[in-house]
Design a protein around this ligand. Sequence first.
Ligand code: NAD
Length: 484
Amino acid sequence: MSSKTKITVAYGDGIGPEIMEATLKILEAAGAQLEYDVIEIGEQVYLKGISSGMEPQAFESLKETKVFLKAPITTPQGGGFKSLNVTTRTSFGLFANVRPCKAYSPYIKTHYPETDLVIIRENEEDLYAGIEHRQTQEVVQSLKLISKPGSEKIIRYAFEYARKYGRKKVTCMTKDNIMKLADGLFHKTFDAVAKEYPDIQTDHKIIDIGSALIAERPQTFDVIVTLNLYGDIISDIAAQVTGSVGLGGSANVGEEVAMFEAIHGSAPDIAGMDMANPSGLLNGAISMLVHIGQPAVAEKVANAWMRTLEDGIHTGDIYQEGKSKEKVGTQAFAQAVIERIGQKPINMKPAVFDKSSTDPISIKLSPAVKAEKKLIGVDVFVDWDEDRRDPNALGDALRKADADGLVLQLITNRGIKVYPGGMKETFCTDHWRCRFQKSDQSPVTHSQILDLMNQVAGLGFDFIKSENLYSFDGVRAYSLSQGE
Ligand code: NAD
């Protein structure tokens, strides 16, 4: 018998303890070789005043075991609490969030019985960095940060995943028709990496039509790779259309540590009532067994679980009058799965996890190529609410600032050009972007920018931030404003 693998386990909040108990019972009955380091996370920890929801010893446990089976937690209402999921993902470099969404028709009701897709969501970047600032009376900002290595890592992971699991197509989803630099970087990286995988079909969809197609034709997708926020949203759409919010499991995978969980939350409305479906966490646990090199146990659990569904033993959330045979509670469902260990589904395709499934997906990034970076101007943002917000008054005043030819070229408000030659109909807030460049766009220096900022302050303006304007290898590296 192989030696036991130590994993970190958190029972979580709400239905967490019930579904974790059910899941561990099934894993033990199937012969999983596990040892548990149980940690406390979630509501009680938040309420002790620990804003991450995790005590330092929980981090230590994860550093040691590198494998985390986590039940859902309740995030207390009110400000100041950081998302435990986001903290765990970013602290431990869990860059890939893998969410399979599969229909189990006719045993579980869905309009799309052919659905079998996997969403691979970037897990560390994008708006989830949570870098937010209030800058004026009226305007707050949230920074969206996208990196080349972050994009390349998740895109390569998606292609490697497709290859490893025999999937045929990878679809990239972005909004690069609007966010040409940020989402454009992700899309361009996708196109470049795709060339190395000629055996896999590729496709790109703008996220809005992509989401609509997931809702209406989910069976046309295979593997989807996308940025953090879009991935969060489409995973729930995909889970919902397969009729399986209570069934989906997810894996958060990094180079060293991995976290496995259900996709749903702590369901406080049914907590303690023995009504919750433990299948989501169980599916997360099946991926975990494969990850830690126990594929035979994973296969046994997956097949016994599918057989239970086929036999019509269903928890309330998936029970169908006239089709299901027996409505059971959480623990009775677990018992039914345990009784079927060693059996396989009769109509659905049995799960097969062999030794090769356990090979880790390793990612090698392409060498960084340094481009020539030139500073060619600056956007100075000002908080200004005078002269009935007439952009001409602001523009005429800022024209007086001149740092060796670094002068005002244009002003925008919420991205729309309002000076010179703006339209009086354009609605303006108190947040103005003022673009300063030399008229021939020749390079500028940091000291010219500092001189300019001093002049802007000296003219009585409250500048709230600045963004340098660069070119890389001679290519403009900032967006033009609408109307520029
Ligand atoms: P939820 O997923 O907990 O519940 C939504 C609905 O689905 C509820 O009606 C619930 O009863 C039902 N449901 C969920 N899981 C089920 C299961 N296994 N079996 C049967 N029915 C199930 O979402 P919510 O109500 O928006 O959030 C509740 C709490 O969970 C919040 O505090 C939220 O922050 C937290 N949450 C945690 C995680 C996580 O820890 N990964 C994820 C999402 C939400």
